[in-house]
Design a protein around this ligand. Structure first.
Ligand SMILES: [Zn+2]
Length: 296
């Protein structure tokens, strides 16, 4: 386990305990959550190293990595995922060049978004750490997918759009990734980063039971402020923020499931969170930040 001594965003050593939370998906282990006194990013404390963390992904219930449709929440997730892939594709197309360009997806998982973009005429590359998943994406869609190590050793290539859909919070070597992402982005390219947002109403309601803390797989817990500051350190300016409205329902229902609560209450909390996010986008259960290489 690695004890975090300083904030990975602003390097402050003022890391204040918030609460303890439990891995309800795989291990049942408890982890602390600490908050940076300066930029307000929250961190899982301590974090398993890159070897140790592999066992924490080893579960059929870890649905981000599988396509199970067992149970109401998973069935709902499967439907929402299909809708979201279309929305994500439309967003990437609207932000990218007028003609289909080059897309890099970090953490492409089962490859559905990558395939959608490819079918729309984009040249795509996916980065995925799990060899079995890389093989599955190649076999199913015939798309180019490489491991992070292969990508880091590749010569520089420029992309019009780079996406990280709920991936940044999983990356151990945050600075190495962001440095490589920044140099791989075209001068007028756009970076799209989606992360869970602990400043949301559902996070506030569920506190340490908020499912999107997802310890220890989520190493960092962002808000608009801390994500914006992190990207700024790598020469990327956040130019827009968007909501991911369905996440409030999904995360709230999952939070109820973990504490043996009521699915219906999860839907209600999700609805309240969603409405609050329509008033203030920075309170969305998950936020999408769009960043570019330009000065504010
Ligand atoms: Zn900080």
């Amino acid at each position: 386990m690695i004890q975090i001594e300083e904030c990975p965003v602003c390097r402050s050593k003022s890391l204040n305990p918030v609460f303890k939370t439990t891995d309800c998906v795989v291990s049942g282990d408890s982890f602390g959550i600490v908050e940076c006194g300066s930029c307000q990013i929250r961190l899982t404390q301590p974090i398993p190293d890159e070897e140790e963390i592999l066992s924490y992904y080893d579960s059929e219930d870890y649905i981000s990595h599988s396509e199970t449709t067992r149970g109401l929440i998973n069935r709902l997730y499967a439907v929402v995922r299909k809708v979201m892939i279309v929305r994500k594709r439309k967003l990437a197309q609207s932000l990218g060049p007028s003609e289909p360009g080059k897309l890099l997806e970090i953490g492409c998982g089962a490859g559905a978004f990558l395939n959608g973009m490819n079918q729309s005429g984009w040249e795509v590359l996916g980065i995925e750490p799990d060899e079995r998943i890389r093989d599955a994406v190649r076999a199913r869609y015939g798309l180019a997918v490489v491991s992070p190590e292969e990508w880091f050793s590749q010569p520089e290539s420029s992309y019009d759009v780079i996406t990280l859909w709920h991936v940044l919070e999983h990356l151990h070597n945050l600075d190495d990734y962001l440095r490589k992402i920044s140099t791989s982005l075209e001068d007028d390219g756009v970076l799209i980063v989606a992360v869970p947002n602990y400043y949301s109403y559902d996070a506030e309601y569920y506190q340490s039971r908020w499912a999107a803390y997802d310890v220890p797989r989520h190493l960092y817990h962002f808000t608009y402020k801390s994500l914006t500051e992190l990207l700024k350190h790598h020469g990327l300016t956040v130019t827009a923020i968007r909501r991911l409205p369905f996440d409030a329902f999904y995360v709230s229902m999952l939070s109820e499931k973990y504490k043996e609560g009521f699915t219906a209450r999860g839907l209600l909390i999700g609805l309240i969170s969603c409405l609050k996010a329509f008033i203030n986008v920075r309170r969305s259960s998950s936020i999408i930040c769009i960043a570019e290489h330009k000065n504010p």
